[in-house]
Design a protein around this ligand. Structure first.
Ligand SMILES: [Zn+2]
Length: 160
């Protein structure tokens, strides 16, 4: 028997029996009957495969459930974040438009009230500025708190 035929047989031994043709299986069987060294090789290979199959690799079902739940929660959070960003993107031009329309009207209203109550020009202008800035400040502070609240939630979820 040639060296190359032993090599070929060992390649067949390493291949899963399901992937061999009938002719290859017959060749392998006949060779292993006559060749002690290839028979030992086949036995050693089968022993290794048996040992590998004996190693438990199945994941703990609880771990699988927890992982699935986390992946789902993360997907939902990402979707909500996307919807939130879309809302913000839609709101920005609307807020800008509404400010452009209402600012001159509110300015006139403050001017009229200033004149009606006899307040100094500086005073009603400060009042107008405060009226105009206060809601933005309030919303900014609320969003800031909401942001830190969300960040805390994320941390506690990841650490648990
Ligand atoms: Zn051989």
């Amino acid at each position: 028997m040639t060296q190359s035929s032993h090599q070929e047989i060992r390649r067949l031994i390493a291949t899963s029996a399901d992937d061999l043709s009938e002719a290859q299986q017959a060749l392998l069987h006949a060779h292993v009957q006559d060749c002690g060294s290839c028979r030992n090789y086949a036995a050693a290979t089968a022993e290794i495969v048996r040992a590998l199959r004996g190693i438990p690799v199945a994941a703990d079902p609880r771990l699988v459930l927890i992982t699935q739940a986390r992946v789902r929660a993360r997907a939902i959070a990402l979707r909500q974040r996307q919807q939130w960003l879309t809302l913000v993107a839609l709101a920005c031009p609307l807020v800008g438009l509404s400010a452009a329309i209402t600012t001159p009207l509110v300015w006139r209203a403050f001017q009229w009230m200033g004149a009606y109550t006899g307040l100094s020009r500086t005073l009603w202008q400060v009042g107008f500025t405060f009226y105009w800035v206060a809601p933005s400040l309030l919303v900014s502070v609320l969003l800031l708190f909401r942001g830190t609240h969300l960040a805390d939630n994320g941390n506690s979820q990841e650490s648990s």
